[in-house]
Design a binder for this molecule. Structure first.
Ligand SMILES: Nc1ncnc2c1ncn2[C@@H]1O[C@H](COP(=O)(O)OP(=O)(O)OP(=O)(O)O)[C@@H](O)[C@H]1O
Ligand SMILES: [Mg+2]
Length: 259
């Protein structure tokens, strides 16, 4: 099924009052950030989209696909899932190697993909390379998040992608975002990271369980995002050096960084 439009119709906040944003429409190619303090309902909003809620979740929101209520089969048939979700709490129970896991998943989705290709893509996002023979349980937070994103891109291939915080995992956010946005998907991501938020077209501001405001990213903010990217690369490099046991006495801010 082709998704031309995904619409979220406002529900109620935690006190049962109608949420200020009554209607939000997203189209392929849209990258939207969800921002707000802890407990403000960011993950709940993602869950509503994942479940294609129809007034049957705590928020009372409804989700339309191409302007219409989606058929039940789309909501509940795992084979026809429109939405891929990279979640905040992601542990793998699978006791197998990374290669086996990716193979199994590709097979179950009927995707003709070489596991090596998925792992290679994941390794562009993580600073700590994943080896195909590593066990799933050995992966660090950054490695598993990177693998999941590569998996979403190459195997699940869903038109709607939800990501609950990619930042704390120490992955190359800009590369991951660029890949995610390349194929005309709708991407909704929860973030506390300005470098990620400013790369999106729009940010949804959450408060007390409600979508309270929509903020469009300005041209100036995009420039700020470029500076943040430089800082980010620099930070990853310093992190690597510290982990290798090096001293950082010689460090200067990256060229091009001015407030
Ligand atoms: N509109 C709502 N009405 C009622 N309950 C809600 C609403 N939105 C969220 N909740 C509930 O509030 C709690 C916190 O929401 P949620 O986990 O989505 O917050 P969060 O912004 O993701 O927080 P964190 O930053 O800590 O991950 C959850 O139990 C959720 O079910
Ligand atoms: Mg959350």
């Amino acid at each position: 099924m082709r998704v031309r439009e995904l619409t979220v119709l406002g529900g109620t906040d935690k006190d049962g009052r109608p949420e200020p944003v009554r209607r939000l429409t997203l189209r392929p190619g849209d990258v939207v950030a969800i921002v707000g303090p802890t407990g403000s309902g960011k993950s709940a909003l993602l869950r509503d989209v994942e479940l294609l809620a129809q007034g049957d979740t705590v928020t009372g929101r409804r989700v339309l696909i191409n302007g219409e209520r989606p058929p039940e089969s789309l909501r509940f048939d795992p084979e026809r899932r429109l939405v891929a979700h990279v979640t905040q709490t992601m542990g793998f129970l699978a006791d197998c190697s990374v290669r086996e896991f990716v193979e199994l998943h590709a097979e179950s989705r009927g995707a003709d993909v070489d596991p090596e290709e998925v792992i290679e893509l994941a390794n562009r996002f993580t600073g700590e390379p994943i080896h195909p023979d590593m066990h799933m349980t050995e992966l660090s937070g950054g490695q598993s998040r990177s693998l999941m994103i590569a998996d979403v891109l190459l195997i699940s291939d869903s038109p709607v992608v939800l990501i609950d915080e990619i930042e704390n995992a120490g992955i190359r956010k800009r590369e991951a975002l660029e890949e995610l946005t390349r194929h005309d998907r709708i991407v909704l991501l929860v973030t506390h990271d300005p470098a990620v938020a400013l790369r999106s077209r729009l940010r949804i501001v959450m408060r007390n369980g409600a979508m309270t405001e929509l903020v469009e990213t300005s041209e100036r903010e995009r420039e700020v995002a470029d500076v943040l990217d430089l800082v980010d690369e620099w930070w990853l490099e310093l992190r690597d050096r510290v982990r290798r046991g090096e001293r950082l006495d010689d460090v200067k801010p990256p060229s091009g960084v001015r407030a």
